[in-house]
Design a protein around this ligand. Structure first.
Ligand SMILES: Cc1cc2nc3c(=O)[nH]c(=O)nc-3n(C[C@H](O)[C@H](O)[C@H](O)COP(=O)(O)OP(=O)(O)OC[C@H]3O[C@@H](n4cnc5c(N)ncnc54)[C@H](O)[C@@H]3O)c2cc1C
Ligand code: SF4
Length: 327
């Protein structure tokens, strides 16, 4: 393994310049990048820290009541923050589901959104991989998980991504053309280059809505300890909007979180009877086709989508009733 240079720029412009160096990668908490480097899954040669850039370690509320959280704030800091916990309980649920308490003290908000995609054909030690002809993500010409696909379909495993999408959060992209984007627009759909960021761009912060919708989060994994998700579901309903806005996001089934739009439309257009909730869960299952690259079987993961969506919808329906709104 070659040696790695480590840079610690002090401004956003310097980070962008550093990312122009060959083999440059952002190193945030390193809980994903460092193991990937050890297994030679990541071949970066320059690590660029962002924690010294003003604002990246800050949590602040703007005049409109929207909370902005810097990309280098750790998950443990988010969980310990009293106002964030009160305003965004749904996000907290997802944060608590990430890895272990020890990893969460190191892992960051930006790193969790940008965490590399995973696949059981690739996330293996080099000696294991050397027995396979390289796939797309290893510079080859095939995909073992989806042989007919022209792109890598490795899974997005970020637990916060589906929840922040369901909440309508945004990400601040730093770089030559700094801008805010909807979180859904951060992901490309190609598991090999899974972010839409252009060269020199990076995530500086995220912004959460002043009035978060009601919601629920469910994660399915082999062991309820520190396993990566095999299916994530985030559901939200904004009853302050007329007509109400429903978002159903299913993640960890491919390189990009999937919106179950047909199920959303059903629940936006009528009462939430138990029959309609079951029909929405059916529609969500039909909309999602997990690829065969997780630890668990595809059929089991697809069935899990139904159960998790239904369970999450029931929780949200109860919360709506409790709030006194019309479900
Ligand atoms: C045992 C174990 C279990 C885990 N379980 C889970 C889990 O259940 N759920 C889950 O979501 N994750 C899990 N992870 C993965 C990882 O720990 C988390 O996703 C974590 O939040 C990553 O954050 P980080 O700051 O450590 O990222 P890093 O490792 O520093 O970076 C991750 C990737 O994102 C890029 N990056 C980091 N910050 C930025 C930025 N601001 N802008 C652009 N690119 C950036 C890096 O270049 C790198 O490619 C697990 C990891 C381990 C080792
Ligand atoms: S999804 Fe396909 S291309 Fe991507 S890492 Fe897995 S086998 Fe390789």
């Amino acid at each position: 393994m070659s040696s790695t240079a480590w840079l610690r720029p002090r401004t956003a412009a310097e980070v962008t310049m550093a990312l122009g160096l060959p083999g440059a990668r952002i190193l945030a908490g390193g809980t994903d990048l460092v193991p990937n480097r050890t297994w030679e899954l990541d071949t970066g040669t320059t690590w660029v820290g962002i924690g010294a850039v003003p604002g990246t370690r800050e949590v602040r509320c703007d005049a409109a009541g929207r909370w902005e959280v810097g990309a280098a704030v750790t998950l443990a800091e988010v969980l310990a923050h009293p106002q964030l916990g009160r305003h965004y309980p749904l996000w907290m649920e997802a944060m608590r589901a990430v890895a272990t308490p020890e990893i969460r003290t190191q892992a960051t908000v930006g790193g969790n959104l940008c965490v590399d995609t995973r696949c059981r054909f690739r996330n293996q030690p080099p000696i294991w991989r050397s027995g396979l002809i390289p796939c797309f993500k290893s510079g080859g010409d095939r995909c073992y998980a989806a042989p007919a696909s022209r792109l890598c379909v490795a899974m997005l495993v970020s637990d916060s991504a589906p929840v922040l999408m369901a909440m309508g959060a945004e990400a601040a992209v730093a770089g030559p053309f700094a801008r805010w984007i909807a979180l859904a627009d951060l992901y490309s759909g190609d598991g090999d280059r899974h972010l839409t960021l252009n060269p020199g761009e990076w995530v500086r912060a995220i912004r959460l809505p002043a009035k978060p919708p009601l919601g629920a989060f469910r994660k399915w994994r082999p062991r309820a300890t520190m396993d990566f998700p095999e299916v994530d579901v985030a559901v939200s309903v904004d009853c302050d909007e007329e007509p109400r806005v429903v978002r159903i996001v299913v993640s960890a089934v491919g390189p990009v979180p999937v919106r179950a739009t047909s199920a959303e439309t059903l629940l936006e257009s009528g009462p939430w009877t138990s029959e309609r909730l079951a029909e929405a869960a059916d529609r969500a299952r039909a909309a999602v086709h997990p690829y065969d690259n997780g630890q668990l079987r595809v059929w089991g993961r697809q069935r899990a989508v139904h159960g998790l969506v239904l369970d999450a919808l029931r929780q949200v329906a109860s919360a709506v009733v409790e709030k006194g709104a019309q479900a």
